[in-house]
Write a protein of this length. Sequence first.
Length: 123
Amino acid sequence: MHDKLRLFKAGIFQALAHPTRIAIVELLRDNGEVPVTTLYEKLELEQANVSQHLSVLRSKLIVAARKEGNQVFYSLRDPLLGQVLDLMRQYFHVHLEESLKLLDGIQTTDFQPTKKSTGTRKR
């Protein structure tokens, strides 16, 4: 059972392993149901490119599609996925702050440059 759950999680993370797909999920999280035309306009991408990414997200059941007339509307299947992305942003900020503090500590230590050799040797 644990292996099946891990495979499921890995599949979701694989589907989200592209910045464009994350952008699509974030856009849907923030705007709810969105027509596909709005997706590629807001993301400033070609329709074919967005369609390929949506296909991956649909195959992993991350997004839902609804057709109305000649328009297709997309939405997140579950708002929990938006919360996962919010947690990842928090994780990023925590570790970014730690890295910046570490870098600041390195820069404020007494750094003594090494003396360069003058090229003359004592014999």
